[in-house]
Unconditional design. Structure first.
Length: 665
């Protein structure tokens, strides 16, 4: 089928696999990157100058000329013995062992770019080229792409399950003009926004959205909302498949699991996505793997945060923020990379580095290159890449968030908090807006730096090293905080309440590390569950494929990913809320009173007086099942009882729990 319109997919999520599909044409160029100086000190808040090489017009660039450049790798890393052991334990093949080794290299890149004070200001993009001419080793995986996922795989996934989808659009996009979604450096305007697939502006009618699906798998009405491949082809904008790593279990779940374990705590959570978009920044460090066709990427240095104080530098070009190429230039950004990726190529882009993609002129005959890597005519009409996001900033695992929550918890004045943004900070613990963007460059970059951690697997073996890491992170946090106070001219007048202590910082770091490990473990459980489901379907054989196309029996409907995956994201949302609530309560929680969050199932003593003096009469017993409907800022709780009544203003001492699943919904 020849498709004239341009199709772009984005698969987003904290721990998501993103697969971008483009039926377009493409332009070829390669721009390797030279690192700026690793040490940048001083009081200037201006973004430093990066050194970018002149764009090369031939694909066959001289690798030897750049072999000593740490940002350019000529071929994949060798499969590490520990990666082979990991794949064997997971019952996965050598391809996934290679993916595990790749993310070991990513972890090394992150850690080697971390200064002694914890700052990752030196973190830069890198490119890893697949050597298509390399001889195949005995393992058979040396010269084939590290991950293979094509349009045919996506079509097959849609046929075997129910996938959630929406579309990504810019403010200039319309529903009846294909050309409006072209990424044009000079005219593209407006922020990136998402709309449900099937809305009036997307021009499609067949959808699969959680908001439209009946949450009860016994009701077959959800099947009428199923997304079909033809609807994806008809969409004229970026199609977004949320949580593809958990939904598309055959190929993407093991890739996500390999990436998560390969990082070994160097980042929190993994997100695998697929997209094309106007210039924008992300909260994630991303690893891009081209799997089909070609795609051109442009990566820019971060703009000067001081130009727009109240715009989060991790979310530029999204929502109401406009980020065009001229704006990037005005705000001090420089073009660092202009690279055309072919199947098997890998690109790393740190968080906050603006980037954009397109597939224009990628098969122009004027450009050189290895025709064996171009693929068939069908493949030339489609371009797909996987974007694995390292979600450390999504989960607020950075020094900025640690400092913010520590100051709240220990009731210490925050010199970065302004009155007009106080309510905003109360709702958003991880937003980097306001006075922080006026700090000197090296201090601001230190606060924005993501945290390193240790995985549960390593934690068992090296408890002493983990203790040393916690103390180091706490010391870094204290130093960053003291420097913020110094730059803002804040003096500790009484010596007690205006500054954090090392003990405060150590408690904060320990809490963040604990939540971070829980987040990574939840991602691991989600991907392992997807793998187990895939293996179960393989045992069932063709019976599953036939059944999924017709009205499904309840037992199989329960196993659809649209009902399986949301459970894990509810857990992740609770962990994020647990992190935030910790900062809202002074001192330490008594061990007898675990943290309670919205949605938790508990028991409540209804023979008590609430905040307004009402005495609740008991029914047979003074303790009844209930669900938390609101955790109030005053430390009290609103609950819904089993009979539907809502009780407000109850104290924590009158609540037992939280428990697991409740006796009512």
């Amino acid at each position: 089928m020849v498709i004239q319109s341009r199709i772009r997919f984005r698969v987003l999520c904290a721990t998501t696999i993103l697969c971008a599909l483009y039926l377009q044409e493409v332009s070829e160029a390669f721009l390797p990157l030279q690192s700026p100086p690793l040490s940048r000190s001083g009081s200037s808040n201006r973004t430093p100058k990066y050194k970018a090489l002149i764009k090369e017009q031939e694909y066959d660039y001289d690798c030897a000329a750049h072999q000593n450049d740490p940002q350019l790798y000529k071929s994949y890393p060798l499969t590490k013995p520990e990666s082979e052991c990991w794949a064997l334990r997971q019952n996965l093949d050598g391809r996934h062992a290679l993916t595990h080794s790749l993310f070991r290299e990513v972890a090394t890149h992150l850690r080697s770019s971390t200064a002694p004070n914890g700052s990752r200001a030196a973190l830069l993009p890198f490119i890893m080229k697949r050597d298509a001419n390399k001889n195949v080793d005995g393992d058979g995986y040396s010269n084939i792409p590290i991950v293979e996922f094509t349009c045919d795989d996506l079509e097959s996934a849609l046929a075997s399950d129910y996938l959630d989808a929406c579309t990504g659009m810019s403010s200039r996009s319309t529903s009846n003009d294909d050309s409006t979604i072209t990424v044009d450096d000079d005219i593209q305007q407006g922020g990136w926004r998402m709309e449900e697939l099937g809305s009036s502006s997307t021009g499609t009618t067949s959808t699969s959205s959680n908001s439209n699906l009946n949450s009860n798998p016994q009701d077959h009405s959800f099947q009428s909302k199923r997304l079909h491949w033809t609807s994806v082809l008809d969409a004229k904008n970026t199609v977004v498949f949320n949580s593809a790593g958990a939904h598309i279990s055959s190929q993407l779940a093991p890739t996500s699991l390999a990436a998560l374990h390969g990082l070994d705590g160097a980042a929190t959570g993994v997100c695998l996505n697929l997209y094309s978009a106007p210039p924008h920044t992300d909260k994630q460090d991303v690893v891009v793997i081209q799997t089909q066709g070609r795609k051109r990427w442009k990566v820019y240095s971060p703009p000067d945060c001081a130009v727009k104080l109240n715009v989060d530098p991790f979310c530029r070009g999204k929502g109401e923020d406009e980020l065009t190429i001229p704006i990037l230039s005005d705000e001090g950004s420089e073009l660092l990379l202009d690279v055309m990726l072919v199947p098997g190529d890998i690109l790393f882009v740190p968080a906050r580095f603006p980037h954009t993609t397109d597939t224009l002129n990628c098969y122009d005959e004027n450009y050189g290159g290895d025709d064996n890597r171009h693929g068939s005519d069908k493949e030339k009409k489609s371009s797909m890449h996987l974007t694995l996001g390292l979600d450390t900033h999504v989960w607020a695992m950075n020094y900025m968030s640690m400092r913010t929550l520590a100051l709240r918890r220990f009731d210490i004045h925050d010199v970065l908090e302004s009155n007009d943004l106080k309510d905003y900070f109360d709702r958003n613990m991880d937003e980097c807006v306001g006075r922080v963007n006026q700090l000197s460059y090296d201090l601001r970059e230190g606060l924005f730096s993501s945290l390193d951690s240790i995985s549960d697997e390593s934690l068992i073996l090296i408890l002493e090293q983990n203790r040393a890491l916690s103390i180091m992170l706490a010391t870094n946090l204290l130093n960053f905080h003291d420097r913020v106070n110094d730059e803002c001219g804040w003096a500790d007048t009484n010596g007690k309440h205006n500054s954090l202590t090392l003990d405060h910082c150590l408690e904060t770091v320990t809490h963040f590390q604990t939540i971070g490990r829980k987040i990574s473990n939840s991602h691991e459980d989600m991907y392992i569950t997807a793998l187990e489901e895939e293996r179960r379907r393989n045992i069932e054989g063709k019976g599953w494929a036939i059944n999924v196309k017709d009205i499904m029996v309840k037992e199989r409907a329960d196993r659809l990913s649209i009902f399986r995956v949301p459970v894990f994201f509810e857990q992740l949302d609770k962990l994020r809320e647990e992190l935030r609530v910790w900062g809202d309560h002074p001192g330490s929680y008594p061990t007898s009173f675990p943290i309670i969050l919205n949605g938790d199932h508990v028991e409540v003593n209804i023979l008590v007086t609430d905040a307004v003096g009402n005495v609740h009469a008991g029914i047979k017993s003074s303790w009844s099942p209930a669900k938390i409907v609101k955790v109030r800022s005053d430390g009290l709780f609103n609950l819904q009882l089993f009979d539907g009544d809502v009780k407000e203003g109850l104290n924590r001492r009158d609540i037992k729990g939280p428990h697991g699943l409740g006796v009512f919904i």
